[in-house]
Ligand binder design. Structure first.
Ligand SMILES: *Cc1c(COP(=O)(O)O)cnc(C)c1O
Length: 392
C-alpha cells in the first residue's frame, strides 16, 4: 500500500549517501569562511579548490574556467545577460530556440525589453533545430548563440558540436544549458566548441542551490553579483562550501560510473517505452527516437488530461510530471510541446516519466501495471474517446 515510485529525475534527484557524507563536515566542523586566512578558512578554501579540479576535469576544462553559482538558473542568467552586457558594442542580437528552459527564455525576453533583438529558432516535430536555419539567422551584430544541450521535457539532444563549429566560424559566443545532459552523457567542452555552459548539482544526485558556469578563458562577460572578491572577482558572495563539496562528489561519482549509469537507465527507459506502448492505445512518443536523454520518456496519451493522470498516479504512489496547462502554471500547455507541433488537446495529455540511478525493474513493472487501467478509467469520462471508439 505504501509503495512509492519516483519517476521525475528531470525535476530533481535524491542525493546519494556518499554526497551527503562528503558534505557533512563542512556544516559544523570545517565551517570556516574560505576567505579567512587561519586554518578553518584554509580547510574550506582547500575543499573548494579540490571541487573545482574535479568538475573541471569532468569537462576537459581547466579549474580557472569553472565558476560556482547558486544553480542552473543563475548560471543561465549570468551567461546570457553577462555576454549581452559585455559585448553590446559589437551588437545586440542573440540567437536561441523556442524550446529552452525558462531560465534562458525569460532572460532573453527581459533583454528584448532592454533593446536587444532575439531570434527564436523553431524546432521540428522531434524538437531538433535546423542547422541551416541557424546559419541563416547569424548577422554581423550577433553576439551570442544560446541553445540547450538536451531538453528537460522531451529529452531531445541538439547537434552541439555542429552548433559550436558554426559559432566559432562566425566569431559568435556559444552558450549551452547542459543541466540535463551533465551526468547523463560525456561532455568535452573543447571538442564541442562550447564557450559557456550551465550545470546544476541537484539534477545529478547533488544538493539543490548549487551549480556552476563554465566560462572559457578569454570570453568577455560581465558579472551579475557584485560584492566581495570571491570566484576570481567575478561572482561575489561567501561560497556555499558544503554545496560545492557535494556537487563535486556527485560529479565524481557520475564521471566514474557514467557507462554503467547510461546502460542502466537506457534499459529502464526502453522497457517503459515498450511496455506502455503495448498496453495503451493512442500513444505518441514525444521527442526524438534516438537522439534523446537516456532516462527520458515523454508520452502524449490522447483523450486524457495530464493533471488527472498525475493525481491518479500519485494515489498509487507514482511521482512524475506533465506538460499540461494546470501543471505548467499557466493557461497554455508547455511551450516545448507547442513548439513540436502538438495540438492543445494532445499536449494536455502528456506525461513525462524520467528514470534514474535508484529506479529498479520492479518500479517500471509497477508503472506498466498501474498506468493502463488509470488511463482507461479516465478515458471512459471523455466524450471524444467514446466517439473515436464508436467509430472503430
Ligand atoms: C532544472 C533546470 C534548470 C534550472 O536549474 P536550477 O538549478 O534548478 O536553477 C535550467 N535548465 C534546465 C534544462 C533544467 O532542467
Amino acid at each position: 500500500m505504501n509503495k512509492r515510485v519516483y519517476l521525475d529525475y528531470s525535476a530533481t534527484t535524491p542525493m546519494k549517501q556518499e554526497v551527503l557524507d562528503a558534505m557533512m563536515p563542512y556544516f559544523n566542523v570545517s565551517f570556516g569562511n574560505p576567505s579567512s586566512i587561519y586554518t578553518y578558512g584554509r580547510e574550506s578554501k582547500g575543499a573548494i579548490d579540490k571541487a573545482r579540479d574535479i568538475i573541471a576535469k569532468s569537462l576537459n576544462s581547466s579549474p580557472d574556467e569553472i565558476f560556482f553559482t547558486a544553480g542552473g538558473s543563475e548560471s543561465d542568467n549570468w551567461a546570457v545577460k553577462g555576454i549581452a552586457y559585455a559585448n553590446r558594442s559589437k551588437g545586440k542580437h542573440i540567437i536561441t530556440t523556442n524550446v529552452e528552459h525558462h531560465a534562458v527564455l525569460h532572460t532573453c525576453e527581459y533583454l528584448e525589453k532592454e533593446g536587444y533583438e532575439v531570434t527564436y529558432l523553431s524546432v521540428d516535430e522531434y524538437g531538433l533545430i535546423s542547422i541551416d536555419q541557424l546559419k541563416a539567422a547569424i548577422r554581423p551584430d550577433t553576439i551570442l548563440i544560446t541553445i540547450m544541450f538536451a531538453n528537460n521535457e522531451i529529452g531531445t539532444i541538439q547537434p552541439i558540436k555542429e552548433i559550436g563549429q558554426i559559432a566559432r566560424n562566425n566569431n559568435v559566443y556559444f552558450h549551452t544549458d547542459a543541466v540535463q545532459a551533465y551526468g547523463n552523457m560525456k561532455i568535452d567542452v573543447n571538442e564541442l566548441g562550447i564557450d559557456l555552459m550551465s550545470v546544476s548539482a541537484h539534477k545529478l544526485y547533488g544538493p539543490k542551490g548549487t551549480g556552476a558556469l563554465y566560462i572559457k578563458k578569454g570570453v568577455k562577460i560581465h558579472q551579475l553579483i557584485h560584492g566581495g572578491g570571491q570566484e576570481k572577482r567575478r561572482r561575489a558572495g561567501t561560497e556555499n562550501v558544503p554545496g560545492i563539496v557535494g556537487f563535486a562528489k556527485a560529479v565524481q561519482l557520475a564521471h566514474e560510473n557514467l557507462e554503467d549509469h547510461i546502460k542502466h537507465i537506457t534499459s529502464l527507459r526502453d522497457k517503459l517505452i515498450t511496455g506502455l506502448k503495448e498496453k495503451i492505445q493512442y500513444l505518441k512518443l514525444n521527442g526524438h527516437p534516438t537522439k534523446r536523454l537516456p532516462g527520458n520518456v515523454n508520452y502524449s496519451i490522447e483523450f486524457v488530461e495530464g493533471e488527472s493522470l498525475l493525481l491518479s498516479l500519485d494515489m498509487v504512489g507514482i511521482a512524475c510530471s506533465s506538460g499540461s496547462a494546470c501543471t505548467s502554471g499557466s493557461l497554455d500547455p508547455s511551450h516545448v510541446l507547442m513548439a513540436i507541433g502538438l495540438t492543445h488537446e494532445v499536449a494536455h495529455g502528456s506525461l513525462r516519466l524520467t528514470v534514474g540511478d535508484f529506479t529498479s525493474e520492479e518500479d517500471i513493472d509497477y508503472v506498466i501495471e498501474k498506468l493502463p487501467p488509470i488511463v482507461e478509467k479516465l478515458r471512459q469520462m471523455s466524450p471524444l474517446y467514446e466517439k473515436v471508439k464508436g467509430g472503430n
